[in-house]
Design a protein around this ligand. Structure first.
Ligand SMILES: *Cc1c(COP(=O)(O)O)cnc(C)c1O
Length: 240
């Protein structure tokens, strides 16, 4: 028992230290680009990590956790002390799973088709709630990746905005997997252009404030390119 306890404490300290490092890196990247660190929201990506790890992060002030699979989220949530923190769904969502997550998450970051949006509309209406969503953009034009093509984004946006139980809060992307470093920057920069284009276009778009991009390997570059929300897993919880 004692050993178990002290190893839990070691793990908690490790997560606390990693979080401190990530927050410092966010602050540095923000300062470097003349932005406020408070304008960048950290989503702690908890996929594959056990509930005690998630609780350790929440105890250190994490406000949003991100999970990418419905089943894992539903299984893990009962062991998690969310308090007034929230869960976001960040991975591909099948329409037949919407029902299971509609009351469990504060945001669905991965809306990439009208079909999916319509199912969210149906379930949100049934539960009398309004769901915040991001539209996921396939900025690298990769065949096997989810996300709407940039050219198709304006039409999807208009159609989703017509659904009364959804509120589009912004855009999300997972750029192509590269060797790291500067290669990813043009994709983030292209996302910022799309985002600014949309956010400044119409008064309908005043709720569009979130540009969710940047993961462990590249969140500093994403912040320099205008990200307002970074989704960080490995740098907080270690390898999966
Ligand atoms: C896993 C995941 C992340 C976090 O990735 P890390 O490299 O571990 O920081 C971010 N966004 C999405 C959509 C993910 O699936």
């Amino acid at each position: 028992m004692m050993e178990n306890c002290s190893s839990n404490e070691t793990r908690e300290r490790e997560i606390a230290q990693n979080l401190e490092d990530v927050r410092a890196r966010i602050a540095r990247a923000a300062a470097k680009s003349g932005r406020n660190a408070e304008d960048i929201t950290l989503v702690a990506v908890t996929k594959t990590k056990p509930a005690p790890d998630v609780n350790a992060a929440l105890a250190c002030g994490v406000r949003i956790i991100g999970e990418n699979r419905v089943q894992e989220l539903c299984e893990k949530l009962p062991g998690i002390t969310l308090g007034d923190a929230h869960a976001h769904l960040i991975g591909h969502l099948q329409t037949n799973k919407v029902r299971q997550v509609i009351e469990k998450v504060a945001m669905i970051q991965s809306v990439d088709s009208l079909h999916l949006a319509q199912e969210i509309e149906k379930q949100a209406a049934r539960h009398g709630l309004k769901m915040d969503v991001l539209l996921e953009v396939n900025i690298g034009g990769e065949e096997a990746k989810s996300g709407v093509a940039p050219q198709a984004l304006p039409e999807l946006l208009a159609n989703v905005q017509a659904l009364p139980h959804l509120r589009v809060r912004g855009l999300m992307t997972v750029p192509p997997r590269l060797d790291g470093g500067e290669e990813v920057r043009p994709y983030f920069s292209a996302m910022r252009k799309l985002f600014i284009d949309i956010a400044s276009k119409k008064s309908d778009n005043k709720d569009i404030r979130i540009l969710s991009m940047g993961m462990s390997a590249d969140f500093e570059i994403a912040i320099e390119e205008g990200s307002t929300m970074v989704r960080v897993g490995t740098a907080i919880f270690g390898r999966r």
